[in-house]
Design a protein. Structure first.
Length: 337
């Protein structure tokens, strides 16, 4: 049945994705992305994330050496918002939302993306993410700490200097609510959804991209984006601070290897949104929550042809052409550039 049109269930979110394997042969005369890759200098005097340079609002980025974290000068969420709710007949419903937004520069180097940093530097980024989770998640009003990176102009990154963001907020956002419901219902039945899922994927093998003792990277059975991947620590854990040094090193190495494979797939720095889903910090124990990372890259057939989430996707449900199995096969075969 997987050779013909079918739909697959995303067990984490409960959403279906339509898979149409025969459609990959269709011609394309639509938008092409700009595949030219500008050579980046190690330091750019115009870059507000490079050491010593000026940012918005009169702030200055210090002469940092490792990772550097600062409060976003244009924060979408701020801690001081007055608490309020508004409900007109159950139809116009609104709630205030408090939060904190930070920017994380991975290193002073303007030209080195996460995957090109030495593995101990990636580990340092991971330690920063863990510390931020502990600090922000430790605030008694913060329920969710979202670590993410938008890489490349195609994904809306506003600056090529390798960096990510952290948004911490008062309530669980939509994706977290869905993933929590699925994982808690598995936990209520005495199991971990992602431990069980990982065991099935490892036994099957068709969607595994890379793996070592501590981490498995795979194209999820229910992947929506053409080369979407799920990064799963093997062995149950809920958040980065739960991982010891060896497991953090393994995760850092998996991120390094995965992003290098992405970069070699179409011979360009692969754009993506990636992020970690760590256990909610709302005071609940959530023993069923399994730490994982999502990579959502938009490229479809080449450096210049991307997947658009339009039409049927916006109005009905996500749809994909190449199968998750063939995407995994290509990522497995890709060299680490
Ligand atoms: P993105 O490239 O993912 O947009 O992240 C860059 C962030 O940096 C963005 O959220 C912030 C923007 O608000 N920023 C500052 O905090 N200070 C500046 O001087 C420019 C941009
Ligand atoms: Zn820079």
């Amino acid at each position: 049945m997987f050779d013909t049109t079918h739909r697959r269930l995303n067990r984490l979110t409960g959403e279906w994705v339509l898979v149409s394997p025969h459609r990959t042969a269709r011609p394309w005369q639509g938008q092409v992305e700009d595949a030219r890759v500008p050579e980046l200098p190690a330091y750019d005097p115009e870059c507000y994330l490079c050491p010593g340079n000026e940012r918005a609002g009169g702030h200055r980025t210090p002469a940092y050496d490792g990772t550097f974290v600062f409060d976003n000068d244009f924060a979408a969420l701020t801690p001081g918002v007055a608490q309020a709710v508004s409900d007109r007949g159950g139809l116009l419903v609104a709630e205030s939302e408090r939060g904190v937004c930070r920017v994380v520069c991975y290193s002073p180097r303007h030209d080195l993306p996460l995957g090109q940093l030495p593995v101990e530097r990636i580990r340092a980024v991971m330690d920063t993410w863990a510390d931020q989770y502990t600090e922000l998640g430790g605030l008694d009003w913060v329920s969710w700490v979202q670590v993410f990176e938008n890489r490349g102009a195609a994904m809306g990154a506003s600056n090529p200097h390798p960096h990510g963001q952290i948004w911490a907020e008062e309530r669980l956002p939509t994706e977290a609510v869905r993933e929590l419901a699925a994982q808690e219902s598995a936990a209520a039945a005495g199991s971990c959804l992602l431990c069980d899922y990982l065991a099935v994927e490892e036994a099957d093998g068709a969607r595994i991209v890379l793996q070592d003792e501590h981490v498995t990277v795979l194209v999820p059975f229910w992947a929506v984006w053409p080369f979407e991947t799920l990064v799963l620590p093997r062995g149950h854990c809920g958040a980065l601070p739960d991982l010891d040094g060896a497991r953090r090193d393994a995760l850092a190495d998996a991120l390094r290897r995965l992003s290098r494979r992405y970069d070699s797939l179409f011979g360009v720095p692969f754009p993506y949104t990636m992020g970690l889903h760590q256990r909610p910090t709302d005071g609940g124990a959530h023993p069923g929550w399994h730490l994982h990372g999502h990579f959502y890259p938009p490229l479809l057939r080449s450096a210049t042809v991307r997947k658009f989430m339009v039409g049927y996707e916006l109005l009905a449900q996500p749809q994909r052409d190449i199968t998750p199995e063939s995407a995994a096969e290509r990522l497995r075969a890709a060299v680490e550039r």
